[in-house]
Design a protein around this ligand. Structure first.
Ligand SMILES: Cc1cc2nc3c(=O)[nH]c(=O)nc-3n(C[C@H](O)[C@H](O)[C@H](O)COP(=O)(O)OP(=O)(O)OC[C@H]3O[C@@H](n4cnc5c(N)ncnc54)[C@H](O)[C@@H]3O)c2cc1C
Length: 416
């Protein structure tokens, strides 16, 4: 008889939840290739871990891609409220912040990771780190065992049910190198094309800034083939030839998909979303009187951070030597237009090494969304970022990992 009933591969948020829940039904072995579990979880939310979001399903739904309803059964079985309760019982009180985002009260992602590891151990899970699973051994329509490298030695571990929770391809230094995608393909599962998401976008042309510059309270509109398809308000950062920050990340998924389809993509930056065109022009007229003898750059310095003034003037077709007194009304209108809609052509996007998540993955067509069980291999389950489910920033991606991990662990536990 095998020593373990359920084998969970990958000790990230999905694998930890799967292991802890499965352990209520059988003997669980949790295998992790890194030296310690949940490396990525420890750096989430800039080290603070945006655990989840307090919205109910109707609020969640709009933030889950590509087909939100395929995540619904997992969310309903293990919703955000259950997650918060589990964490609080595990010694991690939480707080809700702007945008209904939930963080540990300590603001320490490490605390979330450590509490979950302690919880799995209390549930009776055997966690083995430094153990890289290299292969699933298939017999008929079942996984019979896995092959793993432990401290350089190859070993075979048999089990009754197997959960693949190896994550995506992003931030590979944390251990997520897409191994589960390979096994899924090898065992006949369809894979939706993989691409980085929640990622910086590369801008063709100015402003290419040598030092990072963050703009707050600005609006960005995503244009695809010239048509506005989405917009966001908040904070963004210029850094070299890339733009980054919360509102860019939120638009990046659609931008990446459009670029991959060969479409023309650009961002319209509104530096002054609180002001109408008329209000800007009126204020410019007042400032024209005040600054009459100064160069136009001095006027623009009142509107923009210093580093953006020169590229802005080039974009608006204004000569740097021109004095404010000589500005024409049509030039004031042009300033207003560019302040409200500065077009930044997007030429590319960052790689997996800096992408927050991987979009694409094991097609949900080959997965039962109520259990996360494979429709191809009887005793095989997938959870977390290996699945073709991803989400906006705001705690939604971790909730996907936790909920799918939980129901995969439950179903694997019931099945073994
Ligand atoms: C910088 C950053 C910040 C983020 N911040 C947030 C946030 O605040 N809120 C949010 O909701 N989401 C956030 N995310 C996204 C979130 O971290 C992921 O969606 C989530 O970690 C996915 O969980 P997972 O368990 O599926 O995979 P992972 O967390 O990637 O875990 C997979 C685990 O499997 C292990 N593994 C892989 N292959 C093998 C193998 N062959 N054998 C054994 N073990 C293996 C890996 O080492 C890893 O420990 C962030 C992501 C990044 C990169």
């Amino acid at each position: 008889m095998p020593a373990f009933d359920i084998i969970i591969i990958g000790a990230g948020p999905a694998g930890l939840l799967a292991a802890g829940e499965a352990a209520r039904h059988g003997r669980v072995l949790l295998l992790e290739k890194m030296e310690k579990p949940a490396r990525k979880l420890r750096i989430t939310g800039k080290g603070r871990c945006n655990i989840t979001n307090t919205g109910d399903w109707s609020a969640f739904e709009a933030h889950i891609f590509p087909v939100a309803r395929l995540f619904r059964p997992a969310f309903m079985n293990f919703p955000n409220t259950a997650l918060v309760r589990l964490l609080e019982e595990a010694g991690v009180p939480t707080v809700e912040e702007r945008g209904r985002r939930v963080f540990p009260a300590s603001s320490q992602a490490q605390d979330v990771a450590e509490a979950l590891v302690r919880w799995t151990k209390r549930q009776g899970v055997t966690l083995r780190c430094h153990t890289e699973v290299t292969r699933l051994i298939i017999e008929g329509d079942n996984v019979a065992a896995i092959e793993a490298l432990h401290n350089g030695r190859c070993e075979t571990v048999a089990g009754g049910a197997f959960v693949v929770a190896t994550g995506g391809l992003s931030y590979p230094a944390t251990g997520s190198t897409g191994d589960g995608f390979r096994w899924a393909e090898d065992t006949g599962h369809a894979l939706t094309p993989l691409r980085p998401s929640l990622v910086a976008l590369t801008i063709a042309g100015p402003p290419a800034l040598s030092e990072a510059l963050t703009l707050r309270n600005v609006a960005l509109t995503l244009l695809i083939d010239g048509r506005p398809v989405d917009d966001e308000f908040g904070e963004m950062t210029f850094s070299g030839d890339a733009v980054d920050g919360p509102i860019v990340l939120r638009l990046s998924g659609r931008a990446v998909d459009a670029l991959r389809q060969g479409k023309k993509v650009s961002l319209l930056l509104n530096c002054k979303p609180a002001l109408s065109e008329q209000q800007i022009v009126r204020r410019l007229e007042r400032e024209t009187d005040e600054l009459a003898r100064q160069p136009v750059a001095a006027l623009m310095r009142r509107w923009l951070p210093a580093a953006l003034v020169a590229p802005f003037m080039a974009q608006a077709g204004l000569l740097p030597v021109k004095t404010v007194a000589r500005l024409t009304q049509s030039e004031r209108l042009r300033i207003s237009a560019v302040l409200r809609a500065w077009e930044l052509p997007v030429s590319g996007y960052g790689g997996y090494e800096r992408a927050i998540v991987t979009a694409g993955g094991v097609s949900m067509r080959d997965i039962d969304p109520k259990t996360m069980r494979s429709r191809k291999i009887n005793n095989l389950f997938f959870a977390g970022e290996t699945l073709d489910l991803n989400a906006d920033t705001g705690g939604y991606n971790l909730q996907i990992a936790f909920s799918t991990g939980y129901i995969a662990g439950h179903a694997a536990g019931m099945r073994h």
